[in-house]
Design a protein around this ligand. Structure first.
Ligand code: APR
Ligand code: ZN
Ligand code: ZN
Length: 361
């Protein structure tokens, strides 16, 4: 039996999204049907709508979600109907060369549902990041469902499915921030703010938040930043050096995704420190650095995809910390909205005061 549900679809490049009825098949082998309770609005959804990811319109948007498993297909043992889950876009295969080397967070062959969801006329939909959760129900690979404690609020939990996990993981997984470290975070939107929270959780002694927007800096301070720098009127490299005894920070997280801010991150780190790029650049961006500085400054330059997370390891642990009051995920939920407000949320995205708009169903 197929299910008819309401969902947010991007039909063509740059066109406003529309609320449509879609057809969701019953789960086949290895698949799960999930009743969505909440889904955050992420930049990547907007990139899909703008045709910036690929041209496989129509897209079923939404990928930062939590919900309850409604039914599972043949052979599924990891989750069962009734389980409260966060959806992930890294259902690792266990068999590719990354998985076999014990580095599944680099899995090259992650799982998605095999069956297609469609419009009522049969047109196949491309679900954003293999999820498509601005919908009353969605179909995913069972491995994309990570079971967590159902006491968590769905709006907060869903955020671990993308942006918040990306920022937290950039600090704690990729940057390996540890007790006593100094950290600078350049760009304090949803992702950078999560890197601030992650650094705090990991015991960083100094957390310097950098942004061009004072409202974002105020939020960063509330979330654990010990210092803030508005880089619109202050040179962030000098400011970070001054705040770290002239040396630079042990770890600098770049959460904007631009050459200028990457360059700031590169020079604001301590000799042999670590730069983590979690902001996503566009294809035409180029970086120019004296190669001698790259050599002479040593250390490591890393990028962080999805916070190098392993959903099965990280989501339940972070939800437990949230329920213990040690990780304030609720602070990232700026507003809850309805399914037909996604277009408005896109418009608000770049205004200073929104970390996340979350669709609640
Ligand atoms: N210097 C410092 N901060 C900047 C600059 C700059 N030159 N330009 C923009 N910013 C700040 C903005 O003021 C904003 O607070 O960067 C932040 C970006 O935040 P959001 O737009 O909310 O984006 P976010 O969801 O945090 O994602 C950041 O990570 O995952 C990627 O695709 C995502 O590239 C994006 C980045
Ligand atoms: Zn793999
Ligand atoms: Zn996302």
């Amino acid at each position: 039996m197929a299910h008819q549900v309401r969902a947010v679809v991007a039909r063509g490049k740059g066109a406003p999204v529309s609320l449509e009825t879609i057809i969701v098949p019953d789960p086949g082998p290895g698949e799960a049907l999930v009743k969505i309770q909440a889904c955050g609005v992420c930049h990547t959804d907007l990139h899909y709508r703008e045709g910036g990811i690929n041209d496989d319109f129509p897209f079923l948007l939404g990928h930062e979600a939590a919900g309850v498993v409604e039914s599972v297909g043949e052979g599924v043992t990891g989750v069962a109907p009734g389980d409260f889950v966060i959806l992930n876009w890294r259902a690792v295969c266990g068999q590719c060369r990354a998985c076999l080397r014990g580095r599944p967070w680099y899995c090259f062959s992650t799982h998605n549902a095999k069956q297609k969801m469609t419009l009522t006329d049969g047109t196949e939909l491309s679900p954003a990041l293999g999820i498509g959760a601005f919908a009353e129900k969605t179909l995913v690979a069972a491995g994309q469902c990570t079971k967590v404690d159902p006491a968590a609020s769905a709006a907060a939990a869903g955020l671990l499915g993308c942006g918040v996990m990306a920022g937290l993981g950039a600090a704690i997984n990729t940057g390996n921030v540890g007790r006593g470290d100094s950290v600078a975070v350049i760009g304090c939107g949803g992702v950078g703010a999560a890197a601030v929270v992650g650094s705090n959780l990991a015991g960083a002694a100094k957390i310097i938040a950098v942004d061009i927007d004072d409202a974002k800096l105020d939020t960063a301070r509330k979330l654990g930043a010990t210092h803030t720098v508005n880089s619109r009127n202050t040179d962030p490299v000098e400011a970070i050096r001054e705040l770290t005894g002239g040396f630079g920070a042990d770890v600098v997280v770049e959460a904007v995704g631009r050459p200028e801010t990457y360059q700031q991150a590169f020079y604001a780190r301590d000799l042999a420190g670590t730069v983590v790029l979690v902001g996503v650049p566009t294809p035409e961006m180029k970086l120019e650095l004296p190669l001698l500085d790259v050599f002479g400054r040593g250390g490591s330059l890393k990028s962080s995809w999805y916070g190098d997370c392993l959903p099965s390891r990280d989501f339940p642990m972070l939800i437990d910390l949230y329920l213990q009051g040690r990780l304030d995920l609720d602070a990232f939920v700026t507003e809850t909205i309805a399914l037909d407000d996604v277009e408005k949320a896109f418009e608000r995205m770049h205004g200073g005061d929104v970390l996340r708009s979350v669709v609640v169903l």
